[in-house]
Design a protein around this ligand. Structure first.
Ligand code: ATP
Ligand code: MG
Length: 321
């Protein structure tokens, strides 16, 4: 099936604390810069699979920005929607892994070049052949960015396209009120919903079970839901021909988790693009599960994106736990 995906949002560099439990208020060593940003990782994974994808973003006219653009270009992402600004520097994120799979971030997004992303950057001409938009909740970091996202969403929806949405909530972003307010609008148009296990409660009524929440969301028009569960794998929810709740669980693969950041983005990119390409839900889910497992095996958020051949090769050599 012919399709082209569009994503909008942060493209930035990430620095990774060398030690576990490394503190941000004490001097320490960091590894990086790594190209990062949830929509950018998503786009990179789509391109690695060989599908057309365009990213709308802003970086600074600096070496970090150049590095990010070069990586995306090399991997096949269409970079015509990325603007290099001389007025601001490329965004950044610092991450430190804590025990019990906790992570601390320091983000520099709204006050960096990312913060300059606005309505006018969404060029209708570049969106001409796009029929799917992927929305990352983390990209709704300012009124300007929300305006840009809304423009892309309206353009894609008006021509009969589809929308996928990953809330991608970060505790460090909870104070961005605009973000939460825009979630309701995005959900109304969402066809494929990709929350993490701990995000489901934001979309639930009081005291509902996960299954009840999923039934309600599906009855409200969402067609496919995948709840990502880290090392445990993922749960798919949809409606069968009789409009009954259909659930599929995949166990996570037993891999050495080196760096979990970016796994959800790779998982989502693989699931969405394979579904759009006409693969069955079962295959898209299984391949996405591999995509997430491969992502956590590599250090650096965008370093673990993989090709279809790599995914198939992994599948032929591994079974789930
Ligand atoms: P983030 O918190 O970074 O946004 P996420 O919640 O969006 O992450 P995860 O659930 O962490 O996404 O990971 C996505 C998918 O990647 C999982 O559903 C699973 O398929 C795979 N995965 C993640 N972590 C592991 C792991 N340690 N071992 C095997 N597979 C994993
Ligand atoms: Mg995520």
């Amino acid at each position: 099936m012919e399709f082209k995906i569009c994503t909008v949002g942060e493209l930035l560099v990430e620095f990774l604390a060398k030690e576990n439990n490394q503190r941000f208020d004490q001097t320490g060593e960091f590894i990086g810069p790594y190209p990062s940003g949830a929509p950018a990782i998503f786009a990179d994974q789509v391109a690695k699979l060989g599908f057309p994808v365009i990213l709308f973003s802003c970086v600074g006219k600096d070496s970090f920005g150049k590095m990010c653009i070069n990586r995306l270009k090399k991997d096949g992402v269409i970079i015509d929607g990325i603007t290099s600004h001389s007025m601001a520097n490329t965004g950044s994120a610092f991450v430190s892994y804590q025990d019990h799979s906790d992570r601390d971030f320091i983000f520099n997004i709204p006050n960096s070049a990312c913060g300059l992303l606005s309505f006018n950057h969404i060029d209708e001409k570049l969106l001409k052949d796009c029929n799917h938009l992927h929305v990352m909740g983390s990209s709704l970091y300012s009124f300007r960015a929300i305006d840009a996202m809304r423009k892309a969403l309206d353009l894609i929806k008006n021509k009969g396209g589809t929308i996928s949405f990953d809330p991608n909530l970060r505790k460090e972003m909870f104070n961005i009120q605009e973000m939460e307010q825009s979630f309701g609008y995005i959900m109304e148009y969402t066809d494929i919903f990709l929350p993490s296990e701990n995000e489901v409660c934001y979309f639930a009524q009081n005291d509902e079970s996960e299954q009840q929440t999923m039934s309600n969301l599906l009855n409200n028009g969402i067609k496919h839901i995948v709840v990502k569960g880290g090392a445990k794998g993922a749960n798919y929810y949809g409606l069968d021909e009789q409009k009954c709740l259909k659930m599929i669980h995949v166990d996570g693969f037993n891999v050495d988790s080196v760096d979990p950041t970016g796994a959800g983005d790779c998982f989502g990119a693989t699931f969405v693009s394979l579904l759009l390409a006409g693969y069955t839900v079962e295959t898209a889910l299984q391949f996405a599960n591999v995509s997430g497992a491969l992502a956590v095996s590599k250090q650096g958020p965008m370093e673990g994106t993989s090709s279809l051949t790599e995914i198939q090769q992994f599948l032929s050599q591994h079974t789930t736990i």
